[in-house]
Design a protein around this ligand. Structure first.
Ligand code: HQG
Length: 179
């Protein structure tokens, strides 16, 4: 339970509101582990180095990463603050998947998939992951994205270390329902 609370606070501070945790974030999204431990203490959450290491290691989606020397931490994606995570441009498979819900479909089919509050549209390599993402909002609707065709046309796809595919926009012409 505490670990979930730590994870939620980390997501909020590292992706959206570093100021709310008294943190400052560098251009690649990193912040000092020491400062995060202080922020956890102020939030009345477990704040030993081991608590943070455990949450980073056990986070279900590998949301966070520590620098090799263990001094810095960042979220791997999902930011609304402007940062450049530096994930490599990578050739995608022919099809990627996006889980959403019915109520967003009219807008998505009219204007395509947009990043909304994030920096990128998040796509999954498999149907099952997309289903879990969509199910956060209700009955999932799965969209298939013609990523190979988009890449052939010059669109850049980036792949994060935890397997999330990131792209700026998916035009409606490359979107099909896959459920
Ligand atoms: C929808 C979680 C209207 C889009 C998950 C989605 C994922 C549009 C919502 C990661 C639209 C944005 C990302 C348009 C897209 N009009 N609605 N043109 N284009 N949408 O949370 O993909 O727990 O920003 O379908 O597991 O749901 O944060 O994106 O429903 O990996 O680590 O607008 O977040 O991971 O929602 O989720 P989000 P997402 P974490």
């Amino acid at each position: 339970m505490d670990d979930k609370a730590i994870s939620k606070s980390l997501s909020y501070w590292l992706r959206h509101r570093p100021d709310a945790g008294g943190l400052s974030i560098d251009p690649a999204g990193w912040t000092e582990v020491e400062a995060v431990l202080t922020a956890l203490e102020r939030a009345d959450l477990p704040h030993g180095p081991g608590d943070l290491q455990r949450v980073v290691a056990e986070s279900d989606k590998n949301r966070f990463e520590l620098s090799p020397d263990g001094q810095l931490i960042r979220a791997r994606q999902g930011h609304s603050i402007p940062i450049d995570l530096g994930w490599p441009v990578t050739s995608p498979p022919d099809y990627l998947f996006h889980g959403t819900v019915e109520k967003f479909l009219p807008a998505i089919l009219a204007e395509g998939l947009r990043p909304m509050a994030r920096h990128h549209v998040h796509l999954s390599a498999d149907h099952a992951t997309a289903t879990a993402v969509g199910a956060r909002r209700g009955k999932p609707v799965i969209l298939q994205v013609g990523a190979g065709m988009m890449a052939a046309g010059g669109t850049e796809f980036r792949l994060s270390a935890n397997g999330v595919w990131l792209v700026d926009h998916v035009p409606p012409a490359f979107i099909d329902r896959a459920d």
